[in-house]
Write a protein that binds this ligand. Structure first.
Ligand SMILES: Cc1ncc(COP(=O)(O)O)c(C=O)c1O
Length: 498
């Protein structure tokens, strides 16, 4: 892409060797020719004015003008009256693009990937406001490298937020700002490996293995042996963890990834008892805890055992992954060990972005955005559950939570309307009569016998049309029981064969 300079003169690195026998003008010509031929300067790019370049190089303006006119006559440069001298189009022949281009990803009509929020709903206006606040109020001294734990202001705000919303037992001294969960967990695993931990357990299903997942790779890179512990309908199997020999476990208690199960109260207690007994640590991935639809909020595990639990949070679901900000809440004895890893990693996250996030939370805009998104996601979730029940009754979804699969989130368990319904696009559906219902039941039995594989396409199209192509952030885990498939899975549309 051609750089368009407006007003300010472009800078150009050219060197003149005053000790050389080659005259300065010839050196300058050669330097410019090589910069164009070598691709450092592209067609259309502006050169500095002869006055600026002469001042920069400490030569006379006449020398630069002579040099420019020589290159103009050779076709390397172009110049029009009243406008700057530019590199001629075509003076540099770009090397051909590499023949092997990766295949573009398949076009999805619906994207069921879990873990990505609705990017179109990112609160751009609020973020612009918060960045202006941060830029306008930051103290000059705070523009220097800061505390590797993060800005004192953001740590104070996060500690307050976690106490208020997640019932965490914390103070700002325990908070380390990270670039998100991925960095947070890697810092903690490294700090625990340094402190003598040898084996870490991950949930199964969960992050996966070292080939497919960077969190598991980070554990291996920290020198830890990795084991997997099963998850059932109550969450992590603590008895299996006990038998695994791990000294560290990474769990998703608020919303198990990917099944959506909430860690049951008995298991929460058993997990922290395990940690206390074994002198072990729990790393709580508190991701997605902001979104719940059919159950009471559950506080962080850290509140039960602040000395044994690291809680890691992220803005990736609440705002967008592009923000790259998250936090580690460390046990009181361990923030320094985590901060030491953060220092080695990147000397601390961007102070300006941290101050913007602090302003967003402090002003209430963060909470307001979450409230808005909960409504949007709850509507989509109910809509999806309803559409699945109607179009794919044999593959009915289980929306986890206490009322999983039983009409959670306001959706009905059966796919038939009991009252008149308003449909998207202003359409209207009449409530079925008793005779309709008998016919429907017969039809359902018939369809169950002759179910065709491609039926869900209609569903996906309907929901995609309704959602304007955005089917992310559903808070729904799809379940189906096709042979050879996992029982519970979050399905990219392509993988499900839709
Ligand atoms: C289980 C889980 N936890 C946390 C995250 C967030 O990671 P990060 O904060 O690095 O974006 C993800 C991302 O998809 C995830 O799948």
């Amino acid at each position: 892409m051609t750089i368009q300079w407006s007003g300010l003169g472009p800078e150009l690195l050219l060197r003149l060797d005053r000790g050389s026998a080659q005259p300065l003008r010839s050196q300058l010509e050669t330097g410019l020719r090589e910069a164009i031929r070598g691709g450092r300067l592209h067609g259309g790019e502006r050169l500095p004015s002869s006055r600026e370049l002469a001042r920069e190089l400490g030569v006379s303006r006449g020398l630069v003008q002579e040099c420019y006119s020589q290159l103009l006559s050779e076709g390397y440069l172009i110049s029009q009256a009243g406008s700057a001298t530019r590199v001629a189009a075509g003076a540099y022949l770009a090397p051909p693009e590499p023949a092997q281009r990766p295949d573009p990803p398949p076009r999805l009509i619906a994207d069921f990937r879990s873990g990505v929020p609705d990017l179109a709903s990112f609160p751009r206006g609020d973020w612009v406001w918060a960045t202006r606040e941060a830029c306008g109020s930051v103290a000059t001294a705070d523009l220097d490298y800061g505390d590797p734990r993060g800005s004192a202001e953001l740590r104070r705000v996060i500690a307050g937020y976690l106490r208020r919303v997640r019932a965490a037992a914390t103070n700002p001294e325990q908070v380390i700002v990270s670039t998100g969960f991925a960095q947070g967990v890697s810092l903690v695993l490294r700090a625990l490996a340094q402190a003598g931990a040898r084996c870490v357990a991950f949930e199964d299903p969960g992050y996966g293995n070292a080939e497919t997942d960077e969190t598991v790779r980070a554990a291996a890179a920290a020198g830890l042996r990795v084991v997997h512990v099963p998850v059932d309908d109550l969450g992590l199997d603590v008895a299996a963890l006990e038998a695994s020999g791990a000294q560290v476990v990474v769990v998703t208690p608020a919303h198990q990834s990917p099944t959506g199960v909430v860690l049951a109260a008995g298991r929460r207690q058993a997990l922290v008892d395990w940690a206390a007994r074994r002198d072990a640590f729990v790393i709580e991935d508190d991701y997605d805890s902001e979104f719940r639809y059919d159950r009471e909020p559950v506080g962080v595990l850290q509140g039960l055992a602040p000395d044994r639990v690291f809680t890691i949070g992220t803005t990736s679901k609440a705002l967008a992954p592009a923000v790259r900000l998250g936090w580690v809440l460390a046990p009181p004895a361990l923030p320094d060990a985590v901060a030491a890893e953060k220092l080695i990693s990147d000397r601390g996250s961007s102070t300006l972005d941290q101050l913007a996030l602090a302003a967003l939370i402090r002003s209430g805009r963060y909470d307001r955005h979450l409230r808005r998104m909960r409504v949007i996601y709850a509507q989509r979730r109910a809509r999806l559950i309803d559409a699945l029940a109607r179009h794919a009754p044999g593959r009915s979804p289980a929306a986890h939570g206490r009322r999983a699969g039983r009409g959670g989130g306001g959706a009905r368990a059966a796919g038939r309307p009991v009252r008149d319904q308003r449909l998207p696009g202003g359409r209207h559906r009449r409530a079925p009569s008793a005779r309709d219902r008998i016919r429907q039941r017969r039809g359902a039995r018939h369809r169950a016998r002759h179910r065709r594989r491609r039926r869900p396409a209609a569903l996906t199209k309907e929901v995609a049309a309704w959602a304007g192509g955005h089917l992310v952030g559903w808070g729904v885990t799809l379940r189906w029981s096709r042979p050879g498939r996992p029982r519970s899975h979050v399905a990219p549309a392509t993988e499900a064969g839709w």
